[in-house]
Design a protein around this ligand. Sequence first.
Ligand code: MSP
Length: 512
Amino acid sequence: MADPTFYVTTPIYYVNSVPHLGSAYTTVAADVIARFKRMCGYDVFFLTGTDEHGQKVAKAAADAGKDPKEWADEVVTHFYAAWQDLLITNDDFIRTTDERHLEGARSFLQLLYDKGDLYLGEYEGLYCVQCETFWLPSQLVEESQCPDCHRETTVVKEENYFFRLSQYQDRLLEHIKAHPDFIQPNVRRNEILSFIDQGLKDQSVSRTSLTWGIPCPFDEKHVMYVWVDALLNYITAIGYGRDEAHFAKYWPAQWHLIGKDILRFHCVIWPAMLMAAEMPLPERVFAHGFLLTEGERMSKSKGNVVSPAELIAKFGVDAYRYYFMREISFGQDGSVSMESMTARFNADLSNDLGNLVSRVIAMVDKYVDGIVPEPGREEGLDTELKETARGLFSQIDARLGVLGYADALSAIWEFVAKANSYVDRSTPWDLAKETSLEERLRTVLYNCLEALRQIAIVVWPFMPSACEKLWAQLGIPEPISRQRIPAALEWGSMPIGGKVTKAEGLFPRIYE
Ligand code: MSP
């Protein structure tokens, strides 16, 4: 039987600026779940990409004196590089200027038009250029400013095509109520429920005020509203209108990962568009919170953006990925700082995990010539360690099932602590002094190595390169990426007789 499929997406990022911690945050989170699900035997499709049309990008290009496509071609290379630096294993990268996207998006819109779900109307509204959003007067701050970016809004009046969003109000409510998992976390679900309860207005889906967009197939004077264009990436990338078999294999997505600022687009407009096209809705949308530096949302306009590259240079890619997944509860806002990153690094990585690895490997090297020993009779301490390991998979699986990255890591770190205390309590250094305790020494060292093997596997989705190094030290020939869980977590799978190699510390302490 074919492996079950698992389709996970990130938002597609605007190419008005280069990747920052915010875009890296969602992308790392999606990568962790993609790697984990692959390890669980799923046929994963992990999509990310760039949003290249619309006013915001046109403006950035014009400011740089470039043609928008030329500009996008340049900026997108920074995304490719950043995702490579962060060891992101996306299966595809969609750009909304890709031919495949243009075609798919146009046929989708034509479908809605043919079904009578679009009509021509006049729109007059308060528009924020930066956010590509029309606002109601009641939503503005300081009388005329955009509530998101605090820039001045302008009155825009133009002929637009409208999507009959209002007609989907009841069906949307029904769907959200019948599928409690559809919008997560719960606070976002409630936010959307009360938003829909206030009544939905039809949604403008085209523009005549700009040309940098996809022409509407039924009226070429209009280009698609950038958000409609962008949302369609989730289906055009996997073959909508082009490769129906591939499309049917992966759609609907299991997860759309997004930031909380783009909730309405994903939980109101997008599902209604899909309903209009009579297509299944994504299974779940998760809106994470914002990363804050010194209490403020990080954004380019505030000038408090730190680049992922700076942090990777200082802490390494593994610690980078670990920190964001461990420090902030996914779904909530969270403060990030150099100080807390250094503290986490030294405590969790250098002390807890790094020391465990280096002392176990050093003892195996010293006491049994680096050869994985055959264990003897099991004692109480061993059973305890083994039992803790036994519960690990189901805990991680349950926590990652609701994108509880920090919780999953804390369960893993409880096991790391358990393994450290196993070493302390079983005192191999004393056992090594007595030849009569040789069997006990072998058993203890074997269990320590087995614990490291299990840790390497479960930590790998979070810290792939460090775990690959640890794996190499353990001398296991089959690659770590090929391990299939839970089978590979069967206690006692560490191959006896293999050669363990000492290496440099995985996480040398950072002093500052
Ligand atoms: N292009 C749209 C998304 C279209 S998806 C069909 C867009 N792009 S964006 O580049 O502006 O933002 C992409 C994502 O980055 C959003 O989910 C947003 O929440 C996230 N972040 C931007 N700044 C952020 C933080 N400071 N912290 C966490 N994530 C934030 O919106």
